[in-house]
Design a protein around this ligand. Structure first.
Ligand SMILES: [Zn+2]
Ligand SMILES: [Zn+2]
Length: 347
């Protein structure tokens, strides 16, 4: 079974496709599920096949006018605390790490804890919550032991994401560590194919994050993503997470409305905007094309506040959850300020 990227490119007006799960208590989202041919948030094989035919952006209820906004939240004190933190800043989007971001060993999440999280998400009307994987994983590693260890860690990530009812699991594609882009991309695709084979009924979609292009990080060019999707057997089971800081740092100038239009047109041509599932909204400390991953508060960096207006009001992405990953203290004061700034841009 093969799913070729080029044949799947769609005109940009068709927009992304979405998988709804814990958020299905929201009537506006339920409408979206119906549009996708799924029932009760449960995705069927049939609906997965029909997914590429769905046109949710065109069929969306008019009142779903803006993307769900929120922030990456700490799970310190338990996963439910992350939902409480999201609620405290008025967030309707949420990203978490399901374990420590820089440790191989991950603690199990009990069924009771997972159920409490799912209930809290539904009560808070958080739309399509998602996780980011641990930074240690490198599915492009040329070292067989590290590659296997990374796949093992991803299996744990997937199990936790499923237990928590998350919609997406965002992952940095990987670093080729000097062995060349092509072989690195092959190893990533092979690892994803293995994960997909191991979890045939996976509901939490894996999403490649666009990277800033630091060191030998793959995923900083749209062509990298296209190569990956070409080699992934069940490519429609995967999506993409766009990080605004990473796009800008890797040389895609999205600092103006015109730039956003151009860059998304290029993304559509090379990868397909229908693959875009979620966003990281970060300003960049460094300039365009710096290939350095340094997040800055919204409007305080090299991109500037105006850069976010076109993104937030782009109808193609109004159902994509968008989260901040900007530096902050425990009181989340920066989240309040950044979210207010973003909300101020909504048309
Ligand atoms: Zn990010
Ligand atoms: Zn980053």
């Amino acid at each position: 079974m093969s799913s070729r990227g080029a044949g799947e490119l769609r005109p940009s007006d068709e927009g992304p496709v979405f998988i709804d799960r814990a958020s299905n208590t929201d009537p506006s989202v339920r409408g979206n599920i119906a549009a996708l041919g799924t029932t009760g948030g449960r995705r069927t094989r049939k609906s997965a096949a029909a997914e590429s035919e769905a046109k949710p952006a065109a069929k969306s209820p008019a009142h779903v006018a803006h993307p769900p906004l929120g922030a990456h939240m700490s799970i310190a004190g338990g996963v439910v605390k992350a939902v409480e933190r999201a609620v405290s800043v008025g967030g309707t989007a949420l990203q978490i790490f399901t374990s420590s971001s820089n440790q191989w060993h991950a603690r199990d999440i009990s069924e009771g804890e997972a159920a409490a999280f799912r209930d809290a998400v539904a009560a808070a009307r958080i739309v399509r919550p998602f996780a980011h994987n641990t930074y240690l994983v490198n599915l492009a590693s040329p070292k067989p032991d590290l590659w296997e260890k990374s796949i093992g860690a991803m299996e744990g990530e997937v199990r936790r994401a499923e237990a928590l009812g998350l919609s997406y699991l965002v992952m940095h594609p990987g670093s080729h560590v000097g062995t060349g882009e092509e072989s690195g991309l092959e190893r990533i695709a092979e690892a994803v194919n293995r994960l997909h084979a191991k979890f045939p009924d996976l509901k939490a979609q894996l999403c490649f994050e666009v990277t800033a292009g630091q060191g030998t990080n793959l995923g900083c060019r749209f062509e990298h993503l296209a190569r990956l999707f070409d080699q992934i057997e069940a490519a429609d089971r995967m999506g993409v997470c766009l990080d605004t800081c990473h796009l800008f740092a890797s040389g895609y100038d999205i600092s103006t409305a015109e730039g956003w239009k151009k860059v998304t047109a290029e993304f559509d041509r090379v990868v397909g905007v229908r693959r875009i599932r979620c966003f990281h909204l970060n300003d960049s400390k460094k300039g365009l094309g710096c290939r350095v991953d340094r997040h800055e508060q919204i409007g305080k960096g090299a991109m500037g506040l105006e850069a976010f207006r076109a993104i937030l009001n782009d109808p193609r992405f109004r159902e994509c959850p968008m989260v901040l990953e900007t530096p902050k203290g425990e009181d989340l004061a920066e989240d309040h300020v950044n979210l207010a700034a973003l909300r101020g841009l909504l048309a």
